[in-house]
Design a protein around this ligand. Structure first.
Ligand SMILES: Nc1ncnc2c1ncn2[C@@H]1O[C@H](COP(=O)(O)OP(=O)(O)OP(=O)(O)O)[C@@H](O)[C@H]1O
Length: 368
């Protein structure tokens, strides 16, 4: 058994009717890291997370968590907790009562074990006695995280945990996840926020229409040979433009939104890393101050867009659908595969021992 691997999936296929949600997915997720799952709407992220939480069972393929095969029954695998589609909570109970109810289901003798600590960890101590009915989306997300933490998971699985979080809440949750991982746990989360993923994750898996189109370390997405748009804020945009104009490998991007959003002292140029290095050197030699230099879209976002390029509606093609990704030879040495297929249903509202389904106002038998 490879002890460095938390999750290993091979040939995982999950269909819902004629829709292929996961199409022969191979994935290997290292222990002790935060691993990001990213992909367009309908790519299969929630379906995959649901399999990890025991909310659904794959039609084909094998899935192992910490070396143990995931069974064919709907039950959360040992040491795994989290939620998909938002945490299920009892709106008429307080935050504290929600957590106590979950603990009571497991430890009838000590129903409050760990509740205060979990609320403190997610920053909800002050509203511990408030009814969840009045909670904002962000507060519910944090309470769902607290519910998952109660089980002291070795693998925490979260579907878009940053939904509804304000910047302070997001920072707090990032801190919780980083502490968890520092303590040896593994976190797998999905997000549409590339900045969150870049801030948190060492590795990502990009899904497109049910297939893995990239899986590996984030740095492998920074392809120096790919042209990117960069925004430069300088002390004199007109002079910087003159320097860039006609330089080999550099193209000035006119009418870019990124310029409009910035200020009069910004230009946007397109080029590869080597050409950008030369441009920066020339700008400095021309006594122009370079105040900011950043890609208009991050390497992760650029790779995401390139790898999941699709036309409207393509994300919902049935089992016989077309490939939506680029071919492997268009990418670097990370695990890149062609994409295709399409997806289907995470199990309908099946709360399990640790995982919770939809956060409607209907009480779920929640995050135990
Ligand atoms: N219970 C279900 N019944 C039928 N189809 C389903 C079911 N759950 C998911 N699907 C379909 O499977 C595909 C993958 O859905 P999934 O929710 O896994 O995607 P996702 O990547 O999480 O999308 P999003 O980013 O929009 O949350 C979609 O086409 C979806 O319509």
């Amino acid at each position: 058994m490879d002890t460095s691997v938390a999750v290993r999936g091979s040939g995982i296929t999950k269909t819902f009717g004629d829709v292929v949600a996961l199409d022969h997915v191979d994935v290997s997720i290292a222990r002790g890291q935060i691993h990001g799952l990213v992909g367009p709407n309908g790519a299969g992220k929630t379906t995959l997370l649901g399999l990890l939480l025991g909310l659904a069972v794959a039609d084909q393929g094998t899935l192992e968590i910490f070396g143990a095969p995931v069974g064919r029954t709907l039950a959360a695998p040992d040491g795994v907790s989290g939620f998909v589609d938002g945490p299920g909570l009892y709106p008429t109970l307080t935050a504290k009562q929600n957590l106590a109810a979950l603990v009571a289901l497991r430890h009838r003798d000590a129903p409050s074990t760990g509740v205060d600590e979990a609320l403190h960890e997610v920053g909800l101590t002050e509203v511990a006695d408030d009814k969840v009915r009045g909670f904002s989306l962000g507060m519910r997300q944090r309470l769902g995280l607290a519910a998952a933490l109660l089980t002291k998971p070795r693998l925490l699985v979260l579907d878009e945990p940053a939904n509804g979080l304000d910047p302070a809440g997001k920072k707090h949750v990032h801190g919780v996840l980083n502490r968890l991982v520092a303590g040896g746990a593994t976190v797998i989360l999905s997000s549409h926020r590339m900045d969150d993923l870049e801030a948190l994750c060492s590795e990502v898996t990009i899904l497109s229409t049910g297939r893995v189109v990239f899986s590996g370390p984030l740095h492998k997405l920074s392809d120096e040979n790919r042209e990117l748009d960069y925004r430069l804020r300088v002390s004199n945009a007109a002079d910087a433009r003159t320097v860039a104009d006609g330089m080999p490998g550099i193209h000035i991007v006119e009418g870019s939104d990124a310029v409009a959003r910035a200020d009069a002292e910004a230009i946007v140029v397109r080029g590869k890393v080597a050409a950008m290095d030369e441009l920066v050197a020339r700008i400095v030699r021309a006594d122009i101050a370079l105040r900011e230099l950043a890609p208009v879209v991050s390497p992760l976002e650029a790779a995401f867009l390139a790898l999941t390029e699709q036309t409207d509606g393509e994300a919902s093609v049935p089992a016989s659908g077309q490939s939506a990704g680029r071919s492997p030879d268009q990418h670097s040495d990370a695990a890149v595969k062609p994409s295709a297929g399409q997806s289907a249903d995470p199990i309908p509202g099946q709360p399990t021992d640790t995982a919770v389904k939809p956060s409607t106002d209907q009480p779920q038998e929640a995050a135990r």
